[in-house]
Design a protein around this ligand. Structure first.
Ligand code: COA
Length: 452
């Protein structure tokens, strides 16, 4: 058995480096290329691998020692006939072998520099993750300060290093810090940024992955009595969808007013005529009809984005937002272009009831090509609806009010319906949105225009 002095190999431009981690102890059996210690300069940390397999006899360094190329770090009792690893062959010429007690003592191998490598992406995590998978958090532009072995350990258990607070010198992240972080995530005390982003709007930590400030954490009870209630499942699901749609769609809203004075008179008389049928027609049914006609004239509003392509749909399924005790739901009226106002009213009534009773099937909530959100039965004037992706536009309708409108000679009282059209600006230009609202208002002002 030969005793070999393991030395610091060529470490490139660095003159002196500090030992920040010792990965073996006397008595340990190591393999060739196994990391023995981690050294660090002010720019990089790197691992010093063993050039031979064998048993560690004696450590010649301790933490915080300064070492340089040629410094002996430990004495190894080499395995008999231990092969010289390929790394040594490559690195050895760059190292001036110091006087060595045994023949093959120039025990050097290429160090593994890692400081410039970003945090490993999620794909590098092993299946044995202890905490949920995460995305790399390079958004802060700062690399976490940790040795390669700690990075590897963090990768293996799926800990996002950028989120771990280091307790070592200069804030360096130690293995204990990584373990502590994993334990807090498992215990629910801490959430990774990926978890925070997936969470519904308003909850703690939202937006951290976007580089935003963390959500304010306030003990409301300090200011007065409070009551805490879990959100309904529907609210959680719709919240996550709304957040995605609000963030990912470059949306613009165009407001307009439609004169529905004559249409309202027609609606009232229609309801009188159909009193016995039990079907009540609201403005929303007329709106669906008018919107379908407008979508046919401006087909990009009835489309979806698919990568770099726009998919135009030759069917007109209209979703309408329904307020339910459990939260917002969007039932869909299929083939609205083929149905009359009475049938639309009847279907809307049935679907709204099902939504309120929590009995909508998923088929009744999917496939919409355009959505209407009407707050007309409640009140308010204009609002900014959020597009229901993958649709590209949504119409928000507010309560109609009687207003003085100038007819060229005088002000006359007209019933005006506020319209708020939100559109995806990637697909739709502002001019098209203005034309859409103008045309829709013309139809609502005089339905005979549909025949033109
Ligand atoms: N202007 C003035 N009055 C209006 C109106 C409008 N734009 N729209 C409806 N009304 C009137 C109706 O005529 C009805 O009056 P009446 O009781 O005198 O007959 C009353 O408001 C209530 O209408 P409503 O029952 O709400 O029917 P609707 O067909 O207009 O709407 C739903 C049906 C399901 C869409 C509606 O009940 C609902 O849930 N709206 C909330 C949608 C929502 O939450 N959107 C926001 C999403 S962010």
């Amino acid at each position: 058995m030969a005793l070999i002095d393991i030395q610091v190999p060529d470490i490139g431009d660095f003159d002196e480096v500090t030992v920040i981690e010792i990965l073996v102890k006397p008595g340990d059996t190591v393999k060739a290329d196994q990391s023995l210690l981690t050294v660090e300069s002010d720019k990089a940390s790197m691992e010093i691998p063993s050039s031979h397999g064998g048993v560690v006899k004696e450590l010649r360094v301790k933490l915080d020692d300064k070492v340089k190329q040629g410094s002996i770090v430990l004495v190894l009792e080499a395995e008999a006939d231990a092969p010289v690893p390929a790394a040594e062959a490559a690195a050895a010429p760059a190292v001036s072998a110091p006087a060595a007690p045994v023949a093959q003592a120039a025990a050097v191998a290429a160090p593994v520099a890692v400081a410039s490598a970003p945090v490993a992406p999620v794909a590098a995590a092993t299946p044995a993750q202890a905490v949920p998978a995460h995305e790399p958090t390079a958004v802060t532009g700062q690399l976490p300060h940790a040795s390669p072995s700690v990075r590897k350990f963090a990768r293996e258990i799926g800990v996002p290093l950028a989120e771990v607070k280091g307790s070592g010198p200069k804030g360096r992240i130690t293995q204990d810090d990584v373990q502590g972080f994993a334990k807090s995530v498992m215990a629910g005390d801490v959430r990774t940024q990926a978890q925070a982003v997936k969470a519904p709007a308003g909850s703690g930590g939202d937006g951290a992955a976007l580089g935003l400030l963390p959500w304010p954490k306030v003990d409301f009870a300090k200011f007065g009595p409070v009551e805490r209630k879990e959100m309904s499942r529907i609210k959680k699901i719709s919240g996550a969808n709304l957040l995605r749609n609000a963030i990912m769609i470059p949306a613009v809203t165009n407001h307009d007013d439609a004169d529905i004075t004559d249409l309202e008179a027609f609606r009232v008389s229609t309801n009188k005529e159909n009193e016995k049928s039990g079907v009540k027609v609201t403005m929303l049914a007329f709106l669906i009809k008018a919107i379908v006609a407008t979508l046919k004239k401006y087909p990009e509003f009835n489309s979806s984005l698919d990568g770099d392509a726009i998919v135009y749909k030759n069917y007109w399924h209209i979703g309408f937002a329904a307020d339910t005790p459990n939260g917002l739901m969007v039932p869909v009226i299929r083939d609205a272009d083929q149905k009359g106002v009475l049938q639309l009213s009847q279907e809307m009534g049935e679907l709204a009831k099902k939504a309120r009773d929590g009995k909508l099937s998923s088929a009744e909530m999917t496939g919409a090509t355009f959505t209407i959100s009407s707050l007309g039965g409640i009140g308010g004037k204009y609002f900014l609806p959020i597009i229901n992706a993958p649709e590209v536009a949504i119409m928000g309708v507010s309560k109609s009010t009687m207003e003085p409108v100038w007819d060229g000679k005088q002000f006359v009282p007209r019933l005006m319906l506020p319209l708020s059209l939100t559109y995806d600006h990637r697909v739709i230009d502002g001019a098209a949105a203005a034309r859409f609202n103008v045309y829709l208002s013309q139809i609502l002002g005089d339905f005979r225009r549909v025949l033109l």
